[in-house]
Design a protein. Structure first.
Length: 167
């Protein structure tokens, strides 16, 4: 998705990974959970922390720091799981994104969002909707549907659903 596709004011939830601030459209966020016990699942990709039981549903939890090439997330009082909905080949999938801390929710107008830089970013730019500016701080606005490849999510989903469904 390009910045030109952002034509209206939207609310974004911001979170931190290390010193970097990221933002997600609140329409993609289902809820925010305190970090709790995550059950490891054998043979998952490194960025896959495990699964949680969310009201009887198995939800995979992804360590966003590892996904973006950083060191693994260390548990602190601020560590939390942002539960998001994303589309994988037209099917809605729910995942938990493990982040260092959630910051705030605020509105960004299209004029406050610029195109992602082509050089000097740690992320592939197809993950990024744009760079928002709020209170003199840049926020990397993520396109959550592009953060994970269909293949990555299919392998996560197959492993999670192919295992035991005991709670």
């Amino acid at each position: 998705m390009s910045v030109a596709a952002i034509t209206e004011t939207k609310q974004y939830l911001t979170f931190k990974l290390g010193d970097e601030v990221f933002g997600l459209d609140v329409a993609e966020v289902r809820e925010i959970l305190d970090f709790s016990t995550v059950t490891r699942v054998p043979q998952m990709p490194d960025f896959m922390k495990g699964v949680i039981n969310l009201r009887g549903n198995v939800v995979p939890v992804i360590d966003m720091r590892l996904k973006f090439g950083m060191s693994k997330t260390e548990k602190t009082v601020n560590t939390c799981i942002v539960v998001v909905e994303l589309k994988v080949e037209g099917v809605t999938t729910v995942i938990g994104a493990l982040v260092d801390s959630v910051q705030e929710v605020f509105d960004l107008e299209p004029a406050q969002i610029e195109s992602a830089p082509r050089i000097g970013t740690k992320l592939r730019t197809d993950f990024i909707k744009g760079m928002g500016k709020h209170n003199d701080e840049f926020i990397i606005l993520l396109d959550i549907d592009q953060v994970f490849s269909a293949g990555e999510l299919a392998s996560v989903k197959d492993t999670v659903t192919g295992g035991s469904s005991e709670n």
